[in-house]
Design a protein around this ligand. Structure first.
Ligand code: GZL
Length: 342
């Protein structure tokens, strides 16, 4: 009897230590929805904007919440750093890889390496473009992120409506007068820049009196948005700019400082619209310096972890669940601000 009791005790201790999945538990119980603790390798772009920080915080908080062991890597905006991190995840035989591609192209080889290693990969926030004939779905297990084209189309519609009904300090849009636009683009070649540029170009083509007189990347950062706008404010066409469209709030906020330094009133002399809807944008809208921002949801962490669990449990998933997003301007910013989470 005593021997049987000792044997049972040893078996119980072993099952607790190694879990039903047979894998060494790395302490701290099991992942929500799993019979063991899973390991996720995550390659994040960097920390270029308020949006990116909010996205990182969401992924880390959700990993805690789900009890996922997260190996997190910040690539400082460099694709080669992302490649190194991902190869390290493969060597560590993680259960699942999450990554936000800094640019759309150049991922074919490493996605093949991940596929050969049999590791599912979740693309988060920005998409990839593979060589002709290759389908994303054959290499990326799931995509979690926004419809970037739609965000820019919403921005066009907001601008056209505002210029028709209110206008800036110099003109209204009567359908005939030229409306001159300056565009601050995001990181060249990134899914967000490619998508938002495509969405803008598709929608603005409906309004032939809208002329793009400046277009340059500000790399999604406040500093570069300010530098580029400063240069435009010193150019001969400075007084021709009616509207500034910035592909993220951080560049718009930097540009606003440049507009003010040039002695002009942002939000009045130059109508300014951007994308993300981060807290800094709400502050600028309450100061009546930013006219509107189109929401781009960075709080993707829970969806990432839930999708990872479903994939590892071989449950059905929808390859891309589009984020549902709103938009804010002087009519609703004050009311919405208190409940904003990023
Ligand atoms: C959009 C995301 C963009 C944000 C920027 O999904 O990739 O990158 O709009 C961020 O703020 O830097």
């Amino acid at each position: 009897m005593k021997k049987l009791f000792v044997v049972l005790l040893v078996l119980l201790a072993a099952s607790l230590a190694f879990g039903a999945g047979g894998q060494q538990q790395s302490g701290g119980g099991v992942t929500r929805g799993m019979d063991r603790k899973i390991v996720m390798g995550y390659s994040q772009i960097g920390a270029e904007s308020e949006w990116r920080t909010a996205c990182t915080n969401s992924v880390k908080a959700a990993a805690e919440e789900y009890n996922v062991e997260l190996i997190f890597s910040d690539a400082q905006q460099k694709q080669e750093n992302q490649m190194q991190a991902i190869r390290s995840f493969i060597r560590q035989k993680v259960d699942v890889i999450g990554f936000t591609p800094v640019v759309e192209t150049g991922w074919d080889a490493i996605l093949q390496e991940i596929k050969d290693a049999g590791i599912p990969v979740i693309c988060v926030d920005r998409q990839v473009t593979l060589a002709a004939g290759k389908k994303q779905e054959d290499y990326i297990t799931a995509f979690i992120g926004s419809n970037m084209e739609l965000e820019a189309q919403k921005a066009v519609q907001w601008i056209v409506n505002y210029m028709k009904t209110t206008g800036n300090s110099r003109k209204k849009d009567d359908g005939k007068v030229d409306i001159n636009v300056a565009i601050l683009e995001g990181t060249t070649g990134s899914g967000a820049q490619v998508g938002r540029t495509a969405g803008w170009n598709k929608e603005i083509a409906k309004y032939p009196n809208y002329k793009t007189i400046f277009r340059q990347t500000g790399n999604f950062t406040r500093a570069e948005g300010q530098q580029v706008m400063e240069a435009w404010m010193k150019s001969p066409q400075a007084n021709d700019i009616d509207v500034l469209f910035a592909q993220n709030d951080d560049m718009a906020i930097g540009a606003i400082d440049a507009v003010k330094a040039a002695g002009k009133k942002p939000g009045v002399d130059i109508i300014i619209v951007s994308i993300d809807a981060v807290k800094g944008a709400f502050d600028a809208m309450l100061r009546k310096e930013l006219n509107a921002t189109i929401e781009c949801n960075p709080l993707l962490g829970p969806q990432v972890m839930d999708t990872a669990v479903k994939i590892l449990n071989k449950q059905p998933i929808t390859w891309w669940v589009e984020s549902k997003e709103s938009q804010f301007d002087w009519t609703n910013a004050e009311t919405a601000y208190p409940s904003r989470q990023y």
